[in-house]
Design a binder for this molecule. Structure first.
Ligand SMILES: [Ca+2]
Ligand SMILES: [Ca+2]
Length: 512
């Protein structure tokens, strides 16, 4: 009887081997490159509490519009449902009059009354954490608001650099010590100022349990301050994340700040190319590949850079597309497909999911509208799901296998997983013939968005896409067998084994 069972089981076991999926590695320690960040300008996102609407004027783009912590708490599920894992919020500290954006500090140790109370902010952090989402807060240590009380205090004369404009933006001394836009420039070389700022930044972490800082105007503050800052913040929370704004188009200049211990930087050089390549069709993607090559050369960990299409300081991507007479959602989807499937932490500015329009500041800070079309919302939710489930998209190597006038094929590889990303940035249907040698012999590429299947034909994988569309393919061994057939075989074998087992049991019972 044993021998009979063995004979039956051998083909069954062989067969079931077809279905064994590669076991995913146990989730390693938390990696920031797995995050997807939703960036909110608090005043413009959602008004959840009208009792704090002091001097709100929604018709004035430079006045408070009423957005607050309560409004964000009310929308945490909305944000999570799109697949975001972290929020970056504009500064929360008390600002002087008209400082709706948060960058004109009046009191470093208070929350802005228009946004709510400290207790409400802590509730926001707690509610985000309950949903497995992290909170990154914007922090400004370069300057204060125009009328800060310290300017009048005799014993604080050394707290600011002399009032000078930056005339030569290539002169690092001027960039660090000049007053940008006339904002009083703090003197971080003064030990008193330095320890005030460090204590303040640590206090917010301890008090509110936030997970990271987005550091404003990094290049306007000396590097040695940032070195001390980074060390100090990590003593409060080991995994505390620092993402710096070094606004410069030269990756070497930006990368020069990584020696300070700041973990990550928003990628302005990539932003420039992303908007250029995707705001209108028929642009080659190869320049994006060049940006990646630079990033790999200049950064210790280019995978942790923050990638973005627009932010509160530049015109919205939607506007860039409109200026080129394009349909913004079509352009946005391609750009987002690229961002979500290539290295870096995608940072999505609120309103991108509804193709919100806006020119230069403050027009790029229009009020969010939660009743708009769901087209892009559905698309980024799907992209986020793929990014979450396919480690090659966040951790993998990247290689552009093909680029022809805007039709691009990109390969990502991580451990056992290979993923192919196809982007057709043209206005015509395209077919990219990928030579078999570049991928492997008997593989099948299955589209995760369309379920389309691509197999080796005559030494090529012919990857075809409609105009202005993208696809992400999983790559598996070509089983050569179709799923319904295999399913039927399993049922037959399974049934047969069950029958034998039942017979043995019956016989055993009978013998007993
Ligand atoms: Ca309000
Ligand atoms: Ca400065």
């Amino acid at each position: 009887m044993k021998r009979v069972m063995g004979l039956i089981l051998v083909p069954f076991l062989l067969f079931s081997a077809w279905f064994v999926q590669p076991v995913k590695a146990e989730k390693e320690e938390h990696a920031w490159q797995d995050e997807i960040i939703y960036f909110i300008m608090i005043d413009r996102f959602n008004n959840g509490d009208t009792s704090n609407d002091y001097d709100v004027d929604r018709d004035d783009p430079k006045a408070y519009h009423g957005g607050d912590f309560r409004g964000i708490i009310d929308k945490l599920d909305y944000i999570k449902d799109m697949g975001f894992t972290a929020l970056w919020l504009t500064p929360i500290v008390q600002n002087e009059e008209k400082g709706y954006h948060g960058y004109w500090t009046e009191d470093f140790y208070n929350v802005e009354e228009h946004f709510g109370t400290l207790e409400e902010f802590k509730e926001l952090v707690e509610e985000a954490h309950k949903r497995d989402m992290k909170i990154i807060v914007d922090l400004v240590v370069n300057h204060t608001g125009y009328q800060h009380a310290w300017l009048e205090e005799k014993d604080k004369e050394d707290w600011f650099h002399p009032n000078k404009d930056i005339r030569d933006w290539n002169d690092q001394e001027q960039v660090e010590n000049g007053w940008i836009f006339g904002l009083p420039d703090l003197n971080q070389e003064n030990p008193e100022v330095r320890s005030y700022l460090l204590d303040m930044a640590k206090w917010w972490i301890e008090e509110t349990n936030i997970d990271g800082y987005r550091l404003d105007t990094v290049k306007h503050v000396p590097k040695d301050f940032w070195t001390e800052f980074s060390q100090e913040m990590k003593t409060v929370k080991e995994d505390f994340f620092l993402i710096g704004e070094v606004w410069n188009d030269d990756p070497r200049y930006v990368a020069g700040y990584q020696e300070t211990g700041i973990d990550s930087f928003v990628d302005f050089p990539l932003y420039n190319e992303l908007t250029r390549v995707f705001s209108a069709p028929n642009q080659s993607l190869s320049r994006l590949d060049t940006v990646w090559a630079h990033n790999q050369n200049f950064y210790d960990n280019p995978y942790v850079l923050g990638t973005f299409l627009d932010n509160h300081d530049v015109e919205r991507f939607t506007r860039a597309a409109i200026k080129k007479k394009q349909y913004p959602p079509a352009r946005l989807k391609l750009a987002l497909a690229y961002m979500y499937t290539t290295p870096g932490i995608p940072i999505i500015y609120y309103g991108t999911e509804i193709a919100l329009d806006g020119g230069a500041d403050p027009d790029n800070r229009r009020d969010m509208n939660f009743r708009a079309d769901k087209e892009i919302i559905d698309y980024i939710s799907k992209l986020a799901e793929l990014r979450k489930n396919m480690p090659s998209l966040t951790h993998g190597t990247i290689e552009m296998l093909y680029e022809e006038g805007g039709m691009a094929i990109i390969k990502r590889e991580y451990e056992e997983e290979t993923t192919i990303i196809a982007i057709n940035n043209t206005t015509g249907t395209q077919v990219a013939p990928i030579e078999m040698e570049l991928l492997g012999d008997d593989l099948e590429l299955r589209g995760t968005l369309s379920d389309e299947l691509v197999r080796n034909s005559d030494g090529h994988y012919m990857i075809g896409l409609d105009r202005e569309s993208a696809e992400i393919y999983t790559v598996k061994e070509d089983s050569g067998i179709n799923v319904p057939f295999v399913g039927a075989m399993v049922l037959i074998y399974g049934g047969f084994v069950a029958f034998i087992v039942a017979a043995v049991v019956r016989r055993k019972k009978h013998n007993d």
